[in-house]
Design a protein around this ligand. Structure first.
Ligand code: SAM
Ligand code: SF4
Length: 339
């Protein structure tokens, strides 16, 4: 069994301890959100994907190396066949104390089915993506998604005792007119809320990135036309910053990778469903972990490859919309690295 670690052993060249791993378990999804995928996405052949056993070995190795927080994502993680077996297996690291948090980012479509099992596997919090409360708009943004199904998923998660955070991508011309509706809806239902700035990830067909971009600075300024806000000191080592709405006590998160540099405190790395490690969401640099994983039954080649990859973690990203074009544009889709 994995033993709790006294100190993290994954330290990058900029002296940042890597304690947070995000793993995409599939590139497939039952939605086709306009900012994430094109409608006619081609998915990877199944044999390219890590098996559940390989995912288990990989995540467990990271836990052995000091990772304390594991987030499962995708594509849509809950459409991966056998995913609950994997989650139950990961819960052994929670029981041993090595892992402090096992969590999930989901579009919510399958939560009515899985919320109870997730809670049983030791998941305490989930992030659910929801950009709009308007049924027609929801269908337009997600193309294949249906709002009532996701609302049922949110209810199921709350009934199972999971703390729910809503992630809303701020998209101009889509949900800018729902700022107060969404915020107040979350306050009424005791849901945390974080807004995400659109990032230039992947070819999305005919959609234009600059048309979609709604600065979160403007978003906060709009909230301040109705409410008083104060900055909160909470940091998670990631791109989120928080403020509180004084009148309601509500905490709102802002993920602003484009307008704020958060890289100096970055504690995370990402793994794709094919076992590539990306040490920075906003850079193309990657390393293959599937080869070392498959090359030997023992974990030595894998651990060496992990150390080598962390040793190459870049200082930061280069996203920039300021010159009126989507600079730093990444060719891969968000569903590839999991956001
Ligand atoms: N399918 C799950 C979901 O939607 O929550 C997990 C994967 S999804 C890629 C993770 C997060 O990335 C979602 O909150 C989604 O809204 C966000 N996302 C996708 N494409 C994005 C983009 N281009 N810019 C900003 N956020 C994006
Ligand atoms: Fe699927 Fe999530 Fe991408 Fe939407 S954002 S298409 S739900 S992976």
């Amino acid at each position: 069994m994995t033993q709790p670690k006294a100190s993290p052993t994954l330290i990058d060249p900029f002296q940042r301890a890597i304690t947070y791993l995000r793993v995409s378990v599939t590139d497939r999804c039952d939605f086709r959100c306009v900012y994430c995928m094109s409608e006619d996405m081609t998915f990877l052949p199944k044999k390219e994907l890590l098996t559940l056993e390989e995912l288990d070995r990989l995540c467990s190795s990271f836990v052995d190396l000091g990772v304390e927080k594991l987030r499962i994502t995708g594509g849509e993680p809950l459409v991966r066949r056998g995913i609950m077996t994997f989650m139950q297996s990961m819960s052994r690291h929670l029981e041993s104390g090595a892992l402090k948090e096992l969590t999930l980012t989901t579009n919510g479509s399958q939560l009515a089915k899985y919320a109870d099992d997730l809670a049983k596997a030791g998941v305490k919090r989930v992030n659910i993506s929801l950009d709009t409360l308007d049924e027609e708009k929801f269908a337009r943004v997600t193309r294949w998604g249906r709002l009532p199904q996701v609302l049922k998923g949110i209810d199921a998660a709350q009934n199972a005792g999971l703390r729910v955070k809503i992630n809303a991508v701020a998209v101009k011309g889509v949900n800018d007119d729902e700022l107060f509706t969404l915020t107040e809806w979350c306050a009424e239902r005791d849901l945390d809320l974080t807004f995400i700035e659109v990032m230039p990830m992947g070819d999305i067909g005919n959609e234009d990135r600059l048309d979609q971009y709604w600065s979160l600075k403007d978003l906060r300024a709009e909230i301040e036309t109705r409410y008083t806000t104060v900055d909160l000191p909470d940091r998670t080592g990631g791109p989120a910053r928080y403020f509180q709405i004084v009148e309601t006590g509500q905490k709102i998160g802002l993920i602003t990778p484009l307008s704020h540099n958060f890289c100096e405190s970055c504690n995370r790395v990402r793994i794709t469903c094919t076992g590539e490690i990306y040490t920075c969401l906003g850079q193309e640099g990657k390393a293959d972990l599937r080869g070392p994983l498959r090359e030997s039954e023992g974990n030595a080649p894998l651990v060496a490859a992990i150390h080598a990859a962390i040793g190459q973690k870049p200082k930061g990203h280069d996203f920039d919309y300021s010159r009126q074009r989507a600079d730093g544009q990444m060719s891969r889709h968000m569903s590839h690295t999991g956001g």
